[in-house]
Design a binder for this molecule. Structure first.
Ligand code: SF4
Length: 292
């Protein structure tokens, strides 16, 4: 299929008609400040939308520009990351803010190639910022969009190259931000892991809905797999350690005592991982957030 194929034209039309009702009321949607958009994209990687809304506003209140974030110690950025999990993203965002300050005169770059140089920025995030903030004609391809492509357009699993090519060909080049946002809105509200086809506004142009068959999305590129259980995981333990250290540094044994019920060897391994990731530092017997 090419960008002018009738399937693409028909799908674009259906999506455009549905765009209004699909639009979610989220504070970063339509935001023109690229720093605000970049922060939202970092936070939304692996964290549910509902958990991002509050921390996003508070983060931008404290760090309204990349320079404000770059100036702060990492420990302060980590404190503003409370509740979001996957704390390596906080460090990557802090590193990105420093690179923006030092190498881009404090201005979030507008080109995908430049955005990809920032720590923690992959293809999805670079394209999202370039499209939403700078109207660059680039497609976003995340798990939501990957599901739509595999189900509605192909009705078969797609490999990475096919999914990327299809996303680019489907893109409505004259208004990339609106089109990309509609795709994300459709994926988040209807074309979910368990799809809501009965009420989906583009069901009439969806191949899987018309032809049936095994759901192609779970085996398709760009579609994320279910996360391993959180309770009892090292992710949870890392979060508990960081949560205790947000109140200030602690002696290692005092910290471990607060992780009651956890094997000391496991505590050591998790602590070692946090130090290796640059999120925590040791000072003698003390352990503290990096930058404290
Ligand atoms: S009809 Fe179902 S599978 Fe097709 S796009 Fe809508 S939600 Fe997805």
């Amino acid at each position: 299929m090419t960008s002018g194929s009738s399937e693409y034209v028909t799908f674009r039309r259906a999506l455009r008609r549905a765009a209004g009702p699909l639009k979610r009321d989220l504070p970063w949607i339509g935001h023109h400040d690229p720093w605000a958009v970049l922060v939202s994209e970092f936070m939304l990687q692996q964290t549910q939308v509902s958990r991002v809304i509050g921390p996003w506003s508070e983060f931008l209140e404290r760090f309204p520009t990349p320079a404000d974030c770059a100036r702060a110690p990492l420990s302060e950025v980590m404190r503003r990351w409370a509740g979001l999990g996957y704390h390596r993203r906080a460090k990557a965002l802090h590193d990105a803010a420093r690179m923006i300050r030092d190498e881009f005169d404090g201005v979030v770059p507008s080109e995908v190639g430049q955005l990809l140089r920032l720590p923690g920025v992959g293809e999805y995030t670079a394209n999202a910022v370039a499209s939403f903030s700078f109207a660059r004609p680039v497609a976003v391809l995340d798990t939501n969009v990957g599901r739509i492509l595999a189900r509605a357009l192909a009705n078969r699993p797609l490999d990475k190259r096919e999914a990327g090519a299809m996303a680019n060909q489907l893109l409505a080049r004259s208004a990339s931000a609106g089109f990309n946002q509609s795709m994300l809105d459709l994926g988040a509200q209807y074309c979910r892991a368990v799809p809501r086809c009965a009420s989906c506004p583009v069901a009439g142009v969806c191949r899987w809905n018309a032809e049936g068959g095994v759901d192609p999305a779970p085996r398709s590129a760009a579609v994320s797999r279910a996360q391993s259980p959180f309770v009892g995981s090292d992710r949870q333990l890392r979060g508990r350690v960081l949560s205790h250290l947000r109140g200030g540094g602690l002696a290692k044994l005092a910290l471990f005592a607060r992780l009651e019920g956890t094997d000391v060897k496991r505590c050591e391994v998790v602590l070692h991982g946090l130090v290796r990731d640059g999120l925590v530092q040791r000072r003698g017997r003390m352990v503290q957030l990096t930058g404290d």
